[in-house]
Design a protein around this ligand. Structure first.
Ligand code: MF3
Ligand code: CO
Length: 258
């Protein structure tokens, strides 16, 4: 059963997602060489608290952070630590908030300084893939249309799609139906309907798609050590184009139309 949100639930989703985007913007602005990933987590915790919200990640299956901070070859679920961001790192932030009973979820990847051209392309293709996925999130389309749009965008440029982690419905719970893989066939899967709220989140590797889990039981890294990028928005399916609930007109590090 894929929840369809009522108008009042949609208003609450808008508020939660706006808050998640605001916290993301503020934490992303703190990324710079010398900062520890724990300092980013502490800042996020305070920003979430000030808005009257809670982190949906903290304590989820025992996860110890308020946000996820994944550096370079770390794909997702990097645990905030004493690790310092270095010049030339790429840093993926995954930030969620529960506000008034609803979850907003978003992720972005920021380069801390100049990076090799192919790494810059990795960030661009992952944003392009997210944009293509959102464009496919139209009522009457199917989940597989989102998956297919993401996968073809990425593979056309020689990058690879992580298989083990997927996007998801989001609302009263952080993870609702449907699962939204970043690979798959068009015209397959559940039909999209107005009122569905979806977290679309391509996780894209510069090398092969294979990943492994570190011994901390959370941090997912690329098997070949290549860099990985992650962008995520929570969107509302409507009768027309999806509404990007975690979009802020002033969101840095990402351009809506390029
Ligand atoms: N945004 C991530 C997701 O959609 C958050 C999960 S991190 C966890 O799954 F620690 F909470 F698992
Ligand atoms: Co998510």
């Amino acid at each position: 059963m894929i929840p369809i949100k009522s108008l009042s639930e949609i208003e609450r989703m808008r508020a939660a997602c706006r808050a998640a985007a605001e916290v993301m913007r503020a934490v992303a602005a703190l990324i710079q060489p010398g900062r520890t990933t724990k300092e980013l987590d502490d800042a996020a915790a305070e920003l979430i608290r000030k808005r009257g919200g809670k982190s949906p990640f903290l304590g989820y299956k025992g996860y110890p952070g308020n946000i996820c901070v994944s550096v370079n070859d770390e794909v997702v679920h990097g645990i905030p630590s004493k690790r310092r961001v270095q010049y030339g790192d790429i840093v993926s932030l995954d930030v969620g908030i529960v506000l008034d009973g609803f979850v907003g979820d978003n992720a972005t990847t920021v380069a801390a300084g100049a990076v090799p051209v192919r790494v810059q392309e990795l960030l661009e293709v992952t944003q392009d893939a997210l944009r293509a996925g959102i464009a496919a999130a139209q009522a009457g389309n199917r989940v597989g249309d989102i998956s297919h749009a993401v996968q073809t965008t990425v593979e056309a440029r020689g990058f690879s799609v992580v298989r083990e982690f997927v996007g998801h419905g989001v609302g009263r719970e952080m993870h609702e139906e449907p699962q939204i893989p970043n690979f798959g066939s068009a015209h397959t899967g559940p039909k999209l309907k107005p009122g569905m709220t979806l977290a679309i989140e391509p996780m894209i590797n510069l090398g092969t798609h294979a990943v492994r889990m570190l011994s901390d039981g959370w941090t997912v890294v690329t098997a070949d050590g290549s860099p990985s990028a992650h962008y995520e928005h929570t969107v509302l399916v409507t009768e027309g184009d999806a509404e990007i609930l975690t979009w802020l007109e002033t969101t840095p590090y990402e351009s809506k139309a390029r």
